[in-house]
Write a protein that binds this ligand. Structure first.
Ligand code: AMP
Length: 412
């Protein structure tokens, strides 16, 4: 299906081609026409599937079809969970509009920076607002923006918005919208909380699921290397040297670990920077820009970088610490293999984290072979009691108990 079959203007279709895109991705093909038909959409779209461009095309096409949209009151609102995603979505909208020769005023609002320039920026009015929930409500409380003319609401990464505890803010935002508006909800998973929110706020949505389809999964090779906790930094350096990895995103559990690991790598002569929520917005933007420009080889990040960040050509993601949840695992490894490229995700597994990785494998219905690397063979092995089930924080299931009693084969 060519872009022109999506129901968008020739100018917008051409704008996609100008960016080097050949055909619509599945999420674009399946959501753009129905959204332009006025229906609410509930889309389960994998990270890197092209969902941002999907709703950007819808919003710009709708805007172009509203010549009477004056004075410039926000006609569309995109709510996103993080500042980085807000910036990225704003950039996508502006670039598309520019390539299409369309005048569209896009305002990006996020916290962690002074509110005043954002309030000033709204003085001339706006067409599309992209915002994180807290700052959006602050701006509204300052009476710098009204949602009274919003016709289309996009909730991007809805699962993340809910994970981050934004449910109350979303309720308030929705209460400020006109009664009749269209909603487009994108989420990487249809977790029960997302379904509940969709049920409460969408009107008989068209449901689109592009995740489960065979052959459309990103091409990510997954490896798990057993290693002692204190050998992880040397192992990372060894792998980088051995495989010639020029750009690696390393995930750790805490901001302290991000600082510490980046520091150790720097002292070993690598260009490494930490990335976490405690850094200033300016610093975070700079790190991402330097990473994209290859001025940094390694970014050591907390899960703040796991969702929605598009780093372009990123061949390798390393789980230095395993993620807390199976969903976070999916988001982290989804930073590689973007837009059809292939990628590699390596997880370091110390003996005490073996059971946790098994839980992630079980939840994601995957099985990753354990490997050891010469020179880094772990001294500790996984405690037997933990392997039999009873993962910390989770009660053993019936199957875990049967497994422990030897009545079921062990998980592999
Ligand atoms: P997402 O995070 O799901 O918005 O995916 C974004 C990635 O997909 C970016 O790298 C885009 O440049 C890329 N992308 C968007 N639309 C297309 C398309 N039609 N064909 C190929 N890549 C695309």
């Amino acid at each position: 299906m060519p872009f022109s079959d999506l129901g968008i203007s020739p100018a917008l279709a051409h704008a996609m081609v100008l960016q080097g895109f050949v055909l619509p991705t599945p999420v674009q093909a399946q959501t753009v026409p129905v959204a332009l038909g006025g229906r609410d959409v509930l889309a389960c779209a994998q990270t890197g599937s092209g969902k941002t461009a999907a709703y950007a095309l819808v919003l710009l096409a709708q805007l172009a079809a509203r010549p009477a949209h004056k004075p410039r009151q926000a006609a569309a609102l995109v709510v996103v969970p993080t500042r980085e995603l807000a910036t990225q979505v704003g950039d996508t909208l502006r670039t598309l509009a520019q390539h299409a020769g369309q005048a569209a005023r896009v305002t990006v609002l996020f916290g962690g920076v002074s509110i005043n320039p954002q309030l000033m920026g709204l003085r001339g009015g706006t067409d599309i607002v992209v915002a994180t929930p807290g700052r959006l409500l602050d701006v509204i409380d300052h009476r710098a923006l009204s949602l009274g003319a919003v016709q289309t609401l996009v909730l991007d990464e809805a699962d993340r918005l809910l994970d981050l505890g934004f449910a109350a803010e979303l309720d308030r935002i929705r209460s400020l919208l006109p009664q009749r508006h269209q909603s487009l909800l994108y989420s990487a998973t249809f977790a029960p909380a997302v379904r509940a929110m969709a049920q409460a706020s969408l009107r008989s949505p068209v449901e689109v699921n592009v995740v489960a389809e065979e052959g459309e999964q990103p091409d990510i090779a997954q490896r798990a290397i057993q290693v002692d906790t204190n050998q992880r930094t040397p192992l990372l350096r060894h792998l980088m040297a051995e495989h010639g990895w020029s750009r690696v995103l390393v995930f750790v559990a805490t901001k302290y670990a991000a600082e510490m690991v980046a520091d150790k790598l720097r002292r070993a002569g690598l260009l490494a920077e930490p990335f976490h929520a405690q850094l200033s917005q300016g610093k975070r933007t700079q790190v991402l820009m330097d990473f994209k420009a290859s001025a940094i080889q390694v970014v050591v990040a907390t899960d703040v970088a796991a969702r929605g960040i598009d780093i372009g050509d990123l061949p390798v993601v390393v789980n230095f610490d395993l993620p807390r949840s199976a969903t976070d695992y999916t988001h982290r490894i989804g930073r590689t293999a973007r837009a059809g490229a292939s990628g590699l995700a390596v997880s370091f597994v110390s003996a005490d984290m073996e059971a946790h990785l098994r839980l992630i494998e079980k939840r994601n219905r995957i099985s990753i072979a354990r490997e050891q690397v010469a020179g880094f063979v772990p001294t500790a092995t996984a405690p037997v009691a933990t392997l039999a089930g009873g993962i910390k924080g989770h009660r053993p299931s019936k199957k875990d108990k049967l497994r422990a009693a030897g009545l079921l084969p062990p998980l592999v």
